[in-house]
Design a protein around this ligand. Structure first.
Ligand SMILES: [Zn+2]
Length: 506
């Protein structure tokens, strides 16, 4: 009897403790809907514009989003690796960079943040801040997933019980994202668009740290130029790699290789007074693609700086610069190619859809309960997110709300031996196979960050572990659950089939 009482006492103390911590955190209030009724089901067919083609216009804008490091009493917690990583300096600037494209009928805006991740609620806040007269039919908000930026997701505070998000900084980023879109609208000007797909072997750049080995290696670029002068207005660069080059001991804020590639495209690169690369001016966006499963310039990867002819293995800012230079050295010759085909007419089509995702990850639920992860839930254990497909002339963009495994995009999902479900791949056919157009972009961490989007047939939390691994494989701990990939893939496949059906036949 005494034993029972003791056990009950122990249980109730534990329960009381959880309740108390929850009350000091967000508690049950975390699971309310913060954007009640928000829903997008948007269909804009490009076909309508074919009746009367109008010239393309494009505008760019950018605003710095550096955190304030001046008050030692208010440390800025750096996201991405571990708790208690306080920022010590700003090595180079963080930015919100926007591009608005208008085909004379439809206007799409996109803004990319040097940030670890940006939740759907915050994306909605950015959209709600946009003025009606900007006439944006649809807006995409992406983060680069940079691991040397302030925490905006709450998981990397001073300790496991405290968020790393400074609400003031979060407001600053939302306001800057909105303003950069407004600036891009104000800068709209006639443009020609050229598309480039640059085959880029991952060797010496990116490692895949989880089987199966599948990359999303190539660089894709939309290049916008002035129709009469040919001068560069700006570009959108898509590639897939975790911006975490300086690794977990770095405490300096930096935009990583994303910043270096943008900087080099704009200004070129000069070393010891000697010009090594010539920039083209303009404003350039870097957008990350399928970075899951897990694409990274791991400390084991040696990167050669193509301009300095020097190898970098130890994580450092110079190594980030070498990665940025590797991209720029491939892109700049394409910009200079006067034979590249370009067009001043490119009809815009949009498909976007709100989606509900079940949360099977108890850590995510605990994080919400304790006030770490501050985002709305449409109901208990269910979050609202969004998928979208945008077509611009001969290019298409799949907007994925998280870190998708490249095999879902390019093919190569396996029935992983040792996986928890022992099923054939569900997330097929590969997304890129369903995408229309000549150059097919994937915008990852677009309009949300759900974490890893893992094929169900590769899902693994229980032993035996996949591919004979001795211990836990990394990924599932940062995923909403085993159904996420199937739901995102099937919604995306729906939108893509619908898009293809609506494409004008030529
Ligand atoms: Zn990641």
């Amino acid at each position: 009897m005494k034993k029972y009482l003791l056990r009950i006492l122990r249980w109730s103390t534990g329960l009381l403790l959880v309740v108390l911590i929850g009350l000091f955190g967000r508690g049950v209030y975390a699971f309310r809907d913060r954007t009640p009724g928000y829903k997008i089901d948007l269909k804009i067919n490009p076909a309508k514009t074919y009746a009367e083609a109008r010239p393309l216009r494009v505008g760019f804008g950018r605003i710095k989003i550096n955190p304030d490091l001046s008050d030692p009493k208010r440390p800025v917690w750096v996201a991405g690796f571990s708790h208690h990583r306080a920022a010590t300096a700003i090595h180079d600037d963080l930015w919100a960079i926007a591009c608005v494209i208008d085909d004379g009928h439809t206007r799409v805006g996109m803004v990319v943040l040097d940030a670890i991740g940006f939740f759907h609620d915050d994306v909605v806040a950015v959209r709600r801040g946009c003025a009606a007269e900007w006439k944006l039919d649809y807006t995409i908000v992406c983060s680069t997933h940079n691991h040397s930026t302030p925490d905006l997701m709450g998981l990397w505070g001073p300790d496991v019980l405290h968020t790393g998000v400074d609400p003031n900084y979060r407001r600053q980023v939302i306001a800057s994202a909105t303003k950069s879109l407004g600036d891009a609208v104000a800068a709209l000007q006639p443009a020609r668009m050229a598309l480039h797909e640059i085959s880029t072997p991952s060797e010496g750049l990116v490692a895949d740290t989880r089987k199966p080995t599948v990359f999303d290696p190539d660089i894709r670029v939309m290049h916008f130029t002035n129709p009469s002068s040919g001068a560069t207005i700006g570009s959108i660069v898509g590639w897939a790699n975790h911006p975490e080059t300086p690794w977990g001991n770095n405490t300096e804020i930096t935009s990583d290789f994303c910043g270096y590639v943008r900087e080099t495209l704009e200004h070129g690169f000069t070393h010891e007074g000697k010009p090594m690369a010539t920039g083209v001016g303009g404003i350039h966006l870097y957008v990350n693609g399928a970075v899951g499963g897990l694409m990274t310039t791991h400390p084991s990867v040696t990167v050669r700086d193509p301009y300095l002819q020097k190898d970098y293995k130890e994580p450092s800012h110079e190594k980030s610069r070498a990665v940025g230079h590797q991209l720029a050295a491939r892109i700049l010759p394409r910009f200079a190619d006067t034979n590249a085909t370009s067009t001043n007419v490119a009809a815009i089509g949009i498909r976007a859809r709100t989606l509900e995702i079940p949360i099977d990850n108890n850590l995510f639920l605990a994080g919400a309960y304790l006030g770490l992860i501050d985002r709305g839930h449409v109901r208990w254990k269910t979050m609202r997110t969004e998928v979208a497909v945008v077509t611009i002339g001969d290019t298409s963009i799949a907007c994925v709300p998280g870190e998708i495994y490249p095999e879902i995009i390019n093919g190569g999902i396996e029935r992983a031996p040792g996986g928890d479900f022992e099923i054939e791949p569900l997330e097929v056919p590969p997304v890129r196979e369903l995408m229309p157009g000549r150059v097919k972009f994937v915008f990852g961490l677009a309009n949300d960050e759900l974490g890893y989007i893992i094929p169900k047939s590769e899902w693994d939390v229980k032993p035996p572990y996949i591919y004979g691994s001795k211990g836990h494989v990394y990924g599932e701990v940062n995923s909403c659950g085993p159904e996420t990939a199937r739901l995102v893939h099937s919604a995306m496949a729906d939108l893509l089939r619908d898009t293809k059906a609506a494409q004008p036949t030529r």
